[in-house]
Design a protein around this ligand. Structure first.
Ligand code: M3P
Ligand code: FE
Length: 311
């Protein structure tokens, strides 16, 4: 098997300021399926083509934002190895018990120098995508509701010390730098896009003074047509839109950025690039992030919200 180690972002736990409004957004407007609620009141949801029990966990809190992101790893031996590797690198790790998140095995949690909390886990109950395992259907009609994203795809996080974060992800966790945007001086990276697969990115970080911030969680759509259709659904439901529909020059992703009722940005996204680990990373100058269409290839402008609005 070529794909080992860290497989993918498997879940995000989001803080929302009103649980009912958030459930209406993620379940009824976006069309994720609710798969459970726990004793703490957290709500678990999954996208229609995901196999595992959940990818989005909503927790009611006083302020919006991201509690943590979990990455699924191949198996328990990989989890043990990566835990040891993180410790050998000098990071503190803690183990959360199986069942702390519904239907999820033990998680190895650690904080990176941007202030974000990550966790690795090897086990989560497979509930399936409704298509079956023998003579499967291509999609399950009962799960194709609302915007109907296929899966949680990636997140862009804002915080300090992204150079140190990049080292952890590439040197310990086996990620590859795929694309980057330089700072205005050209002296360091302002934004880095990393994958652990051949996705255009599995995680991205932007240099920002405040630690632990969320720029967006992204959801993969089946087609560009479905991104536009998601835009229709946003308008019908008065979901506030930030940017798009357009294409990012950086990563080539076709996109809409919009906000959930708590102000957490989310993206409906159709990827358009599959970089292998042997490909050279692509570099964008800061000037090209705006005028070169890095952020918005159609309008070629640096929308102010991109650099300033985070939760
Ligand atoms: C994405 C994406 C920038 C592009 C961001 C890209 C920073 O959010 O999912 O492709 O210009
Ligand atoms: Fe994105």
């Amino acid at each position: 098997m070529a794909m080992t180690g860290v497989l993918r972002p498997g879940h995000v736990q989001l803080r929302v300021m009103n649980l009912d409004d958030a459930v209406r957004h993620y379940r009824d407007i976006m069309g994720l399926t609710e798969t459970g609620r726990d004793a703490e009141g957290r709500v678990y949801l999954k996208c229609r083509d995901e196999i595992d029990h959940h990818s989005v966990v909503l927790r009611e809190a006083d302020c919006a934002g991201l509690d943590f992101i979990g990455f699924k790893v191949l198996d328990e031996a990989t989890l043990d190895r990566l835990e040891a590797d993180l410790r050998a690198y000098g990071l503190d790790t803690t183990r959360l018990p199986a069942g702390d998140l519904l239907e999820t095995g033990e998680r190895v949690r650690f904080q990176v120098p941007s202030g974000h909390w990550f966790e690795l886990y090897a086990k989560k109950s497979a509930v399936g995508n409704g298509c079956g395992l023998v003579d499967p259907t291509p999609w399950a009609p009962e799960n194709k509701r609302g915007m109907a994203p296929l899966r949680l795809d990636h997140a862009l996080l804002y915080g300090p010390n992204i150079g140190a974060v990049q080292k952890i992800f590439t040197e310990v966790l086996g990620f590859t730098l795929v694309e980057r945007v330089l700072n205005p001086e050209g002296s360091a990276n302002l934004i880095i896009f990393l994958n652990c697969s051949i996705k255009s990115h599995d995680i991205a970080f932007a240099e920002y003074p405040e630690p632990g911030k969320l720029h967006h969680c992204s959801f993969l759509m089946e087609s560009w047509e479905d991104v536009l259709r998601a835009g229709d659904i946003m308008s019908m439901n008065k979901v506030p839109v930030d940017i798009g529909p357009t294409r990012h020059g950086v990563t080539r992703g076709r996109t809409i950025y919009a906000w959930d009722p708590s102000g957490n940005r989310f993206e409906t996204f159709k990827e358009d690039r599959q970089p292998y680990p042997d490909h050279e990373p692509l570099t964008w100058t800061f000037e090209a992030l705006g005028a070169g269409g890095g952020l918005d290839y159609v309008q070629r402008k640096l929308h102010e919200t991109f650099l300033t609005v985070v939760t």
